[in-house]
Design a protein around this ligand. Structure first.
Ligand SMILES: C[S@@+](CC[C@H](N)C(=O)[O-])C[C@H]1O[C@@H](n2cnc3c(N)ncnc32)[C@H](O)[C@@H]1O
Length: 277
């Protein structure tokens, strides 16, 4: 368990995944019924971009730093950028919201977040960070186990965000298995799983497995910083969705096209339906 997200916080992959996550949670607020978000691989919750880890890679300088001061963002980027700005009220960028902070900011009274993390020190940080905030449960353990144990939520309405570190060689296979198990338990829920695009082959194998028809309403979205011609680097940020809400693809395209232009991406954007109704 070596992966530390602090090195990558606020980079292009985070920008793409968090903009999408904010759009999904925003849609859940369209109806008054309470919802629950399960964040299976939650990380730290908040990241100091001026601390050693983030400074060493500087990934955020080619990510959130290029968007933070912009005043021309489309409406589809609104919830995400508001969450980043809320953590930096003096207007200079230092703190970056990980998925638990982003989701927490979008909850209404009565909605819930379950943030699960395996790393004990990170789980402890999460407990401290959210100690005084109602509606947040911190769980410590394996994320794929949480996807079974915590679903379906009592609210019977909500979203599971699955953002593994991709340290295991069999992570794509484990992810596909866990998504199927989670979906069996909560077939009406929305699922969104992040994956890295390095070379195409493992990604395409994963996507064809997820397109086998066992789960319907599957979507794929890839934000490609570079074309996938060098599989030693992270070329793109990928998302597999299940039961994404109406108009999500349209809203995501609006958000990502603006981000893509702002970040000067070279590999383009792919947003499509993998399995229909
Ligand atoms: C990509 S990071 C998560 C980032 C976070 N979701 C965000 O968007 O801000 C992956 C996280 O998974 C944690 N992790 C590693 N193995 C895990 C496992 N088996 N179950 C749950 N979490 C795990 C790592 O400690 C790391 O914090």
């Amino acid at each position: 368990m070596n992966y530390r997200h602090a090195f990558h916080a606020g980079g292009f992959a985070d920008v793409a995944k968090h903009a999408a996550l904010a759009l999904l949670v925003e849609r859940l607020r369209d109806k008054p019924k309470p919802f629950c978000v399960l964040d299976t691989h939650a990380g730290l919750g908040e990241y100091d971009l001026l601390a050693d880890a983030a400074t060493r890679t500087g990934e955020w300088r080619d990510g959130i730093a290029r968007l933070f001061g912009r005043t021309d963002a489309p409406d589809a980027m609104g919830a995400y950028l508001r969450a980043v700005r809320a953590l930096n009220p003096d207007g200079s960028l230092r703190w970056y919201p990980g998925s638990p902070r982003l989701v927490r900011d979008l909850l209404r009274p009565g909605d819930r977040l379950v943030a699960n993390e395996l790393h004990p020190a990170d789980a402890e940080t999460l407990r401290r960070t959210f100690a005084r905030e109602p509606g947040v449960e911190i769980a410590e353990g394996d994320g794929y186990t949480a996807l079974k144990a915590k679903l379906p939520p009592a609210e019977r309405r909500g979203l599971a965000f699955v953002d593994p570190p991709f340290e295991r060689k069999d992570e794509f296979a484990a992810l596909a298995r866990a998504l199927r198990q989670g979906h069996r338990r909560f077939a009406t829920g929305t699922f969104v799983a992040w994956y890295p695009v390095k070379g195409r082959a493992p990604v395409d194998a994963f996507l064809s497995e997820m397109a086998d028809g066992r789960i319907r309403r599957v979507g794929v979205a890839e934000f490609m910083r570079f074309p996938p011609d060098d599989d030693r680097r992270l070329n793109g940020s990928g998302l597999l969705t299940v039961n994404a809400p109406w108009k999500f693809e349209e809203r995501l395209r609006e958000a990502w096209e603006w981000c893509g232009a702002a970040l000067g991406i070279e590999g383009g954007i792919r947003i499509e339906t993998l399995v229909g109704e």
